[in-house]
Ligand binder design. Structure first.
Ligand SMILES: [Zn+2]
Length: 87
């Protein structure tokens, strides 16, 4: 994926572009890993992730996804600070 790639609205997680939060995407077999039906927001600042165990104290949205803020490079920003635990 390059910067010139046109993103129409949101970027759904896929084989090539898995969820940066849980590493999952919708095409994984159930036994082989996390299935995540989330997506990257149009502005690239947030990742929507379905993984509850990675959500920490985030609120779940109406779409049953958690919104994770992403860093400038689109990477996951660690925001799990409670109990000193970093997942
Ligand atoms: Zn996810």
């Amino acid at each position: 994926m390059t910067a010139s790639t046109v993103v129409e609205s949101v970027q759904w997680w896929s084989l090539d572009q898995p969820c940066p939060i849980c590493g999952g995407h919708p095409f994984l077999r159930r036994k082989s890993g996390v299935r995540c039906h989330g997506f990257r927001s149009a502005d690239g600042r947030f990742a929507r992730c379905a993984g509850e165990e990675r959500a920490g104290m985030l609120m779940i949205g109406a779409d049953r996804l958690f919104g994770h803020k992403l860093g400038d490079g689109g990477e996951r920003v660690v925001e799990l600070r409670w109990k000193g635990r970093v997942a």
